[in-house]
Design a protein around this ligand. Structure first.
Ligand SMILES: [Ca+2]
Ligand SMILES: [Ca+2]
Ligand SMILES: [Ca+2]
Ligand SMILES: [Ca+2]
Length: 542
């Protein structure tokens, strides 16, 4: 097409743009569509160009597609210039540039399609908007700064986030996503702004009960595992028709966790007893949002609360040191309560029971032995009294073992003996370390001379004591009934000169043996081939 012809063509079609019709007469051109009516030719891959599609009902001698500025009606670019086309579906792409390849200014543009058939001409145009301005958003405020939904005894709160929006148009799409800190995933608490009307300030609200499915009110189930103490995000995204986007993120501080509080000194659990009360009690409290207050009661619940003295703070941890010695003067237990609060406010209480005890417990009573013993291990029994926590057992004045008696005052403890006479004594010690006077002394005579010694009566899992003059290679222990039939055969290969052989009361077939007299025969075999045998009748009583 010559320049003159093109000019003539434009003159011909201008009336169409200037007010005749945007629609074709329907004789040659039919239905013009653009895949994007607004484009943003900025090369970001979204709505950078638009494709016009139209149907030619008949073959066309000359087709023109021309882009005009809608205000000045000046030609911006010619996309198709005087080309013949056969009938059918046809299309053309406009990438938002002018004839020099320069991206056009933001404006609306008319794209005119003119089809000249053999005997008639048909034309129509479509309007395309070029939008290169991304809408912008900014967070103005988040209230409250620390949000603790469904906290008992606290007035219901609404979480409010305000945003400022500019460079937008009323048609822009926007929504606010709600994102948890745990997985970074979006939760179905997204908000729209239904009354959005272009640039301005907007507030998005979440009422406390909207969090009920995730953070149930007290006593109404477990929180959703994605809802943890931490920083959540309300992310506003705004998008215009040209797919230009803006966003702003509000950070939401959800306090879902009570403070931690611990005592570090004195250490221990339960009632802590002292003969001399420590000067102070040391501990720490922590919360991600900080500790607002630590209160203490020296004699809970009868005393007044005081502020626990803070020694120092390190990051979000407060270290406290409360004087103790002067506050505990009576010989009794004091419950000391500490309570840490965070800004939510959530509270965590901690109780420590300290007892002043300068009273010595009564001495224990040791049971005397039934007679001479033949085993080098003696099971000492006895009873403790009062607030005895331990019985310290001595043999010949030397500490050999301790029995724990805080829960059960009757005690039994295996004590090693020496051959001959052993003097055993005990002292009671309470939780504060007060030590009793010495108990009664019992004398246990241990006779290690050879023989087979059997408890009377013998119960399942009791032991046969065999004392030998020298260490054997092995010891066989055979149990017979009174008819001479073998019940069970046991063996010891420890090479000990005084082995103890246990018996579970089962025969060789692993059946329980009935009550009655039995015969035990112990045969010790030595390295030189010699043997020693002992034989005893005993009463088996399961
Ligand atoms: Ca774009
Ligand atoms: Ca825009
Ligand atoms: Ca907290
Ligand atoms: Ca005591």
């Amino acid at each position: 097409m010559t320049k003159n012809f093109r000019y003539a063509a434009i003159l011909f079609i201008l009336p169409c743009i200037l007010g005749f019709s945007s629609r074709a007469s329907g004789q040659i051109l039919s239905i013009i569509k653009a895949d994007f009516s607004t484009i943003s030719p900025n090369g970001d891959g979204s709505n950078d160009s638009t494709k016009l599609t139209y149907t030619l009902l008949d073959s066309v001698v000359s087709l023109d597609v021309i882009v005009f500025d809608s205000d000045t009606v000046s030609v911006v670019d010619t996309l198709i210039s005087g080309e013949p086309r056969s009938a059918g579906l046809d299309s053309v792409i406009w990438n938002g540039e002018d004839s020099l390849g320069v991206v056009v200014a933001e404006d609306s543009y008319h794209i005119l399609i003119r089809a000249q058939g053999i005997s008639e001409t048909d034309s129509a145009f479509i309007t395309i908007i070029v939008d290169l301005t991304a809408p912008k958003a900014q967070v103005l405020s988040v209230n409250p700064g620390i949000f603790a939904p469904n906290l008992p005894d606290v007035v219901e709160e609404t979480l409010r986030v305000s945003f400022r929006i500019w460079d937008s148009s009323e048609k822009d799409d926007l929504g606010v996503a709600f994102i948890t800190p745990k997985s970074g995933e979006e939760i179905s608490l997204k908000k729209d702004i239904p009354d959005f009307a272009g640039d301005g300030d907007y507030e998005v609200r979440w009422d406390e009960d909207e969090f009920d499915p995730f953070i149930p009110p007290p006593g109404q189930g477990q929180p959703d595992s994605r809802f943890i103490d931490g920083i959540y995000q309300a992310k506003l995204e705004i998008k215009d028709d040209g797919a230009n986007k803006g966003s702003a993120t509000a950070f939401l501080n959800f306090d879902l966790k009570a403070p931690s509080i611990e005592i570090t000194d004195p250490s221990g659990t339960g009632t802590l007893s002292f003969r001399v009360i420590p000067d102070s009690i040391l501990g720490w409290a922590y919360d991600r949002n900080g500790i607002t207050e630590i209160m203490m009661w020296y004699d809970h619940p009868t005393s007044d609360s005081l502020e626990a003295p803070v020694q120092w703070t390190k990051n979000d941890t407060i270290f406290f040191s409360a004087p103790l010695a002067d506050s505990i003067v009576e010989e009794r237990a004091y419950t000391i309560k500490f309570r840490a609060s965070d800004p939510a406010p959530r509270e965590k209480a901690l109780f420590v029971t300290i007892k002043l005890d300068t009273t010595v417990p009564p001495p224990p009573v040791l049971d005397p032995p039934a007679g001479v013993v033949h085993s080098r291990i003696y099971t000492l029994t006895g009873e403790a009294f009062g607030d005895t926590k331990w019985v310290r057992i001595s043999r010949g004045g030397t500490l050999v073992d301790s029995a724990f008696t805080q829960i059960e005052p009757l005690f039994a403890r295996d004590v090693p003996l020496e051959a001959g006479s052993n003097s055993l004594t005990g002292r009671a010690v309470d939780g504060a370390g007060n030590v009793s006077t010495i108990s009664n002394a019992i004398t246990v005579v241990y006779d290690p001379s050879p023989g087979l010694f059997i408890p009377t009566p013998f119960r399942p899992n009791d032991k046969f004591q065999i004392n030998l003059a020298q260490p054997p290679v092995r010891v066989l222990l055979k149990i017979y009934d009174l008819g001479g039939d073998l019940v069970v055969s046991l063996e010891d290969r420890s090479a000990s000169a005084d082995p103890m052989i246990p018996w579970d009361g089962l025969n060789g077939e692993r059946d329980a043996v009935k009550r009655g007299p039995l015969v035990a025969v112990a045969i010790a075999e030595y390295a030189d081939g010699s043997k020693t045998a002992f034989r005893e009748i005993f009463l088996f009583d399961p």
